[in-house]
Design a protein around this ligand. Structure first.
Ligand SMILES: [Mg+2]
Length: 200
């Protein structure tokens, strides 16, 4: 599976549309086990990304594209998730620097680095009902060349049943079991669009 610069750009435009379509759902989930701003924050961030990508047109390479997306997300998303998504794309920018396309283990490694960046920035680990619960099984599936859509679906089911032990959601304790983590859902929406372009 290969990711080209144009494919990555296309996946991010599609992700922006998905985030917009799920804006209210993300907000409702965050209202249940957070502070109710995730849909609004993610919509603002990805609408800004969409605008940038459309205005910019073709990118030199995956690194340039990732860098611009990361900076835009950091500037616009806000809340706890802005720096986390921003960090993921800044890590992509490093891993993809000067590359017009990547594939195989090199591609998987970029997702490992993005996930490590999210974990470090959020001081979080797998299993705490955060977006890390989606990014981790995703890069594992990518490394093993397993079914990526199945991995994302399973990860969403698993994180939904966990007790949140990190961030604002952790104050809701057992009430978080059975409620989807909004950051996990927005991550899955983004990664699903990357899977779509990888499958071409
Ligand atoms: Mg929030």
């Amino acid at each position: 599976m290969k990711l080209t610069t144009e494919q990555f750009r296309e996946s991010l435009l599609k992700a922006a549309a998905q985030i917009e379509a799920h804006k209210d759902e993300l907000t409702d989930l965050d209202r249940e086990i957070g502070d109710g701003d995730h849909g609004i924050n993610m919509s603002r961030g990805f609408q800004a990304v969409q605008k940038e990508l459309e205005a910019h047109g073709e990118y030199e390479d995956l690194g340039d594209l990732s860098k611009q997306v990361g900076m835009t997300l950091i500037k616009t998303v806000g809340g706890a998730s802005g720096p986390l998504y921003g960090t993921a794309f800044v890590k992509f920018a490093g891993a993809f620097k000067g590359k017009k396309e990547v594939e195989g283990q090199e591609l998987a490694q970029a997702f490992v680095e993005a996930t490590e960046g999210i974990k470090m920035r959020g001081k979080s680990e797998f299993g705490q009902k955060t977006m890390v619960d989606i990014w981790t099984p995703f890069h594992e599936a990518l490394s093993k060349e397993a079914d990526l859509n199945a991995a994302l679906e399973q990860a969403l089911r698993d994180t939904k049943e966990r007790v949140a032990t990190k961030g604002r959601a952790s104050y809701f304790g057992d009430a978080t079991v059975g409620v989807q983590d909004p950051g996990s859902l927005s991550s899955a929406l983004l990664l699903q669009e990357i899977v779509e372009v990888l499958h071409g």
